[in-house]
Design a protein. Structure first.
Length: 366
């Protein structure tokens, strides 16, 4: 049921590629949400084998009044399937159903489905419209917003992709009710991230409301999603293609991506790797003089309370460095990190390998 009273909207301002993020309960069933979409005969809902039985029929029913044909494609579930062969299943479905260049793709699921569907939309017939319908906390607060789309390569995370904006993001908070607790915690990592890089008042709020968030209290989740989307909208609105500022959204990701690809995709969840990566990046920031030890302890405590790991796996410092050099922020082989310059302010900068090794020695299991 649509609870319109709770409907909130955040706008991504990108000129003729602007779009709204709608946030509320029960939006999945709301035909009015689709009013702004371009007319099309066909829709393809891309989802996965876990999310489809939960939500695909409802979304399909809501779309059927608007599109002549609504097809559903279920991908296998998991970060390990964020790859070329699985991406190709989307193209197979589009071509198999005779989809034209007006066809609208709907990404129904978490960040994996969203990133892959967005990349397929960017490339099918050189670009078709797509809508993000994120159903994980992580996807609602981060991955569905801002137009980064990608698949992984065995050598590096999110290495093949495109910037391609959706036409609409629809965050139905009610879908979070079925999310496993471990996935909720993973999403909280990306919520916490916005504090140290941009908004310490939001960080204070998260500290005060973490128990409510872990208990999925609707008002707390609604605020966390809205404030996260507002911050992401402000950053992406200034720097859509990551010429500078947008890179701050990768706080914790340099270490985190190394954990993900070093252990093998799917071993740690993306949000878990980011949470632990933020602890490492905070220690690096302390060594570079941006924050003090009390700040590092405070951030670490919040990440731990959120149910996330705070000690890195024992990959070995050399392996970490090798993996971090493949990061998209690297320049001429130099690893570049998002560091906190002062609480609420982040920047991207290089750091000597020796300093990174000190942090790894301090933060990783032996
Ligand atoms: P995910 O997509 O793997 O989803 C997590 C798990 O939850 C999956 O098993 C999924 O099937 C299941 N699930 C989804 N919704 C559910 C629901 N409502 N109820 C029950 N189960 C549900 O993982 P994620 O954390 O959503 O996203 C991580 C991915 O997002 C990574 O690949 C990461 O690189 C990417 N990412 C992209 C951006 C971006 O800007 N594009 C930003 C952050 C992360
Ligand atoms: N999640 C990082 C970004 O969107 O830039």
């Amino acid at each position: 049921m649509l609870l319109t009273a709770s409907l909130q909207r955040v706008d991504i301002a990108l000129g003729d590629r602007s779009y709204p993020i709608q946030i509320g309960n029960g939006l999945l069933d709301s035909p009015e949400a689709w009013a702004a979409l371009p007319p099309a005969a066909t829709a393809l809902i891309v989802t996965n084998t876990t999310v489809a039985p939960l939500y695909a029929a409802r979304l399909r029913a809501a779309l059927q009044g608007r599109f002549r044909a609504v097809h559903v494609l279920e991908l296998p579930d998991g970060e390990v399937y964020k790859d070329w062969p699985t991406l190709n299943l989307i193209f197979d479905a589009l071509l198999g159903h005779g989809c034209d260049r007006r066809t609208v793709l709907f990404a129904l699921g978490g960040g994996v489905v969203g990133d892959m569907t967005g990349f397929a939309a960017a490339s099918y017939m050189r670009g078709v419209p797509f809508v993000q319908v994120p159903t994980t906390l992580l996807a609602q607060v981060d991955s569905s917003v801002g137009g980064k789309t990608a698949i992984n390569h065995p050598l590096g995370k999110n290495m093949i992709g495109a910037f391609y904006q959706p036409r609409l993001v629809l965050c139905d908070l009610a879908t979070l009710a079925t999310l496993p607790q471990r996935e909720l915690s993973a999403g909280l990592a990306e919520v916490i991230k916005y504090g140290p890089i941009y908004d310490m008042a939001f960080f204070d709020w998260i500290e005060a409301h973490l128990d409510a968030l872990l208990a999925r209290e609707p008002a707390a989740l609604a605020h966390a999603v809205k404030r996260s989307c507002e911050i992401k909208a402000e950053v992406v609105g200034q720097d859509e293609r990551e010429g500078g500022l947008r890179a701050i959204l990768n706080f914790g990701h340099t270490f985190g991506h190394a954990i993900e690809s070093g252990l093998g995709y799917g071993e740690w969840l993306h949000g878990e790797a980011v949470g632990c990566g933020m602890v490492m990046a905070a220690h690096l920031s302390e060594r570079l003089g941006g924050v003090d030890a009390a700040f590092v302890r405070r951030l670490t405590a919040l990440i731990e309370r959120a149910g996330l790991p705070v000690r890195g796996p024992a990959l070995g410092a050399e392996r970490y460095l090798e993996l971090m050099r493949i990061d998209k922020k690297s320049e001429a082989g130099e690893i570049r990190f998002v560091v906190i310059e002062s609480p609420g302010v982040a920047a991207v900068r290089g750091a000597p390998d020796a300093l990174a090794c000190e942090v790894l020695a301090q933060c990783c299991d032996p």
